[in-house]
Design a protein around this ligand. Structure first.
Ligand code: GDP
Ligand code: MG
Length: 163
């Protein structure tokens, strides 16, 4: 079976858009409204000559603010499971929110190998968010635009050593 890679992060950062791009089909539902992806989804991903199973996390978008962090941890635990690496996605246009920080700290303590991914980084609107992300202590983020397909070569280089 193929190595597993999990896509994690708070709602609306573009996880499902990235999932769809890597799978090459629209298997995951994408919507402007946080709360649309209801299930955990898996697909066979291709990135240049890498092949892996990609897991999209969801199922916590409908949580209220008080329970969101807990639901995210629960769903992510399931998705990360036996993944060899997790892509921790944040929205470079929105910057680092307290929930991103909380989640990054939790994942790091959990010991999951992480690649930090700055999505929505097309154009210059993501620069501030990228700068903010250094305070997560996860090093250089890989800057991508899942929607426009930018940064895929950098993502490949970051993923390849794990697969
Ligand atoms: P998820 O909740 O993390 O799965 O996020 P989605 O994949 O459903 O995307 C949430 C919203 O962000 C949708 O409106 C997407 O079209 C938008 N989005 C996703 N990727 C990008 C991107 O690279 N650039 C921009 N500008 N918007 C994006
Ligand atoms: Mg989604």
């Amino acid at each position: 079976s193929l190595p597993r890679v999990a896509i994690v992060g708070r709602p609306n950062v573009g996880k499902s858009t990235l999932f769809n791009r890597l799978v090459g089909r629209k298997l995951a539902l994408v919507d402007d409204t946080p709360g649309v992806t209801r299930d955990r989804r898996e697909g066979e991903a291709r990135l240049f000559d890498l092949r892996f199973t990609i897991v999209d996390t969801a199922g916590f978008e409908d949580a209220d603010a008080a329970s969101l962090a807990g639901r995210m941890r629960q769903q992510t635990d399931l998705a990360v499971g036996d993944a060899c690496v997790a892509l921790l996605v944040f929205d470079a246009r929105a910057g680092i929110t307290p929930l991103d920080k909380h989640f990054a700290d939790w994942l790091r303590r959990r010991g999951t190998p992480l690649i930090l991914v700055a999505n929505k980084a097309e154009g210059r609107a993501g620069e501030l968010g990228v700068a903010e992300s250094y305070r997560l202590g996860l090093g250089d983020p890989i800057q991508i635009s899942a929607e426009h397909g930018e940064g895929m070569a950098d993502l490949f280089e970051a993923l390849a050593p794990h697969i």
